[in-house]
Write a protein that binds this ligand. Structure first.
Ligand code: NA7
Length: 531
């Protein structure tokens, strides 16, 4: 690979990188995918913690670009677990003969745009390569957030992060385990660890809302029905704000327009169905605080009804807007706190003072532990991009350009960084959607753009400053019309100390996709093409 030149270098071999490779190769480009892991899968390669499972239903969280693929692949469960998704992505790599253009165990460390040749000089752990186009398919949740907790390195037991889980798995039997973090990862792992560990202590900073996933095996009939009209299902999903969920009925009224009994019945029906459909019960749950509070209170009542110990109930009571931090789906999370071997520590009342050689010391005393599991999330959306030392035109560093927060046009292009594309970058719907739908839309847009540039004899494309300024204002205006900016979520970068507080994803897939389409149709409005 070293010293070679490609039409495109793609960084990352998850859903985005694999499809990008396939699509660009079909367009006749020479492409190289560089992946730091020793396998494909991206976030599904790294997140092997117990209970890791997708929270979008498997028949929807999968590629739609190839009819034979979607007809042939048989998902076994309503929500696919991590091992099954990883098998699927390996199958995709086999099926489309992708391996020959993928380099594993290669970390991309830096990239510099050369204005004389309109090419990127890419530095990797395997030596330098050059490419006209640099496509960052680095994922939104791929840079683990390991918090700076005093004494962590002095702990003599194991420290594990859910997003960097050992490939060989971990046997917790007989162990005293501490889990820090109660987001999706913690909420999925905790019930499973609790079943095998001798003792489990959960260290909670913010109480989360979670609704039952109601995961189950998929019946052959159900799968047959989906496949009989698969393209209709995909098309219907693309018309929804989140790019998924068209098989469940969306609410059509405000939560405040119906009487309390009808409202309760609507929530209860969806609670029994399981999944994100809960927040689709009414039209204004993410727009109106009073409406939102009715859903929040329904979940709080479920916690009171499920958990036996009143002190634990009180600690588990979430207070922020429901859905402001990403809603979690669980399998027996609240019930786990009724087990005699599970204890909850509220870090707001009794913060961690330090990790000692033998456990975690809070202001209340020491919890002796054999293993600490950090379910502390990710430096989301920008972490994996900024980990690479990218320099654009005039030597401009991406880290400098984004010092006050990410600034993109469409989440796809960055002013000052010609021929750089970001798949599901900040400023695009990405993590507020079914990621596979957003990835397919981006990959296809990027591939068509490059095909057009090549056909028309251009060697350079760059988002203009003006277009990016307007885009950032637009994304903020859309987000500000929702309740999303009202809490300290990773959507805002609020989970990482010192990270600029900017709402990064753009709510609403269909209008976004339509804008991308029109911009391309109008000759890539907002981009400067050259020479
Ligand atoms: P999340 O959703 O970012 O959750 C991380 C959790 O860890 C959350 O409860 C945090 O509390 C907690 N946390 C983070 N740092 C600390 C420190 N320093 N001390 C104590 N607690 C801390 O990450 P996940 O991996 O669970 O999920 C990420 C996404 O993956 C998820 O949304 C799905 O899309 C899949 P906080 O809420 O910040 O107070």
């Amino acid at each position: 690979m070293e010293g070679r030149r490609f039409d495109a270098v793609v960084v990352g071999a998850g859903f985005a990188g694999l499809y990008m490779l396939h699509r660009l190769r079909r367009a006749g480009l020479s492409v190289r995918v560089l992946e730091r892991a020793d396998g494909v899968g991206g976030t599904w390669y790294w997140n092997r913690y117990p209970g890791a499972r997708c929270d979008v239903e498997s028949v929807e969280y999968s590629f739609s670009f190839d009819e034979d693929l979607q007809q042939d692949w048989e998902w076994s469960e309503r929500y696919a677990g991590q091992p099954e998704i990883l098998r699927y992505l390996n199958h995709v790599a086999d099926r489309f003969d992708l391996w020959r253009d993928i380099d594993l165990r290669i970390a991309v460390t830096a990239a510099r745009f050369d204005e004389a040749s309109d090419e990127w000089a890419v530095e990797t752990s395997g030596g330098p390569v050059t490419a006209r186009y640099l496509i960052m398919a680095t994922g939104c949740l791929s840079s683990a957030n390991v918090p700076d907790i005093a004494g962590l390195s002095s702990f003599e037991g194991q420290v594990l992060h859910t997003g960097q889980w050992p490939r060989e798995g971990v046997d917790f039997s007989g162990q005293r385990v501490g889990v820090i973090g109660t987001g999706s990862s913690g909420i999925q792992a905790i019930p499973i660890i609790a079943r095998v560990a001798a003792d489990l202590t959960v260290f909670q900073r913010t109480a989360a809302y979670t609704v039952p996933a109601r995961n189950r095996p998929l019946e052959p009939d159900e799968l047959r029905n989906v496949k009989a009209r698969y393209s209709d299902l995909r098309a219907a999903n693309r018309l929804l704000a989140g790019g998924f969920g068209s098989r469940s009925r969306a609410g059509t009224t405000s939560a405040l327009e119906v009487d309390p009994d009808a409202r309760h019945a609507a929530y209860e029906e969806r609670w029994q169905q399981g999944g994100f459909t809960f927040l689709g019960a009414f039209t204004d749950l993410i727009l109106n605080r009073d409406a939102n509070e009715t859903a929040a209170e329904f979940v709080r009542a479920k916690i009171r009804a499920t958990v036996d110990d009143p002190t634990t109930v009180e600690m588990l009571m979430p207070s922020q807007v429901i859905g402001c931090k990403r809603l979690c789906l669980d399998s027996g999370y609240y019930e786990t706190f009724n087990r005699p071997n599970v204890h909850l520590v509220d870090l707001r009342r009794t913060p961690i003072e330090r990790v000692t050689r033998t456990g975690i010391r809070t202001t209340e005393g020491e919890h002796r532990l054999d293993t600490v599991v950090l379910a502390t999330g990710f430096d989301a959306m920008t972490g994996s991009l900024l980990r690479v030392d990218i320099h654009g035109r005039d030597g401009l560093a991406l880290r400098e350009a984004w010092a006050a927060g990410p600034r993109t046009y469409l989440g796809l292009g960055v002013p000052g960084f010609p021929n750089l594309f970001v798949v599901t970058g900040p400023g695009s719907p990405s993590v507020l959607t079914n990621m596979v739908v957003s990835i397919e839309q981006h990959v296809e847009w990027i591939a068509e753009c490059i095909e057009r540039l090549r056909a028309d004899g251009y060697t350079r494309i760059e988002a203009t400053e003006d277009a990016a300024d307007r885009w950032v204002l637009y994304v903020n205006a859309v987000a500000d019309a929702t309740l999303f900016p009202t809490c300290n979520s990773w959507y805002l970068g609020a989970n990482i100390p010192g990270k600029p507080r900017v709402f990064m994803p753009l709510p609403g897939f269909p209008p976004y996709a339509e804008q991308c389409r029109l911009i391309a149709e109008n000759g890539y409005e907002g981009f400067a093409l050259g020479p």
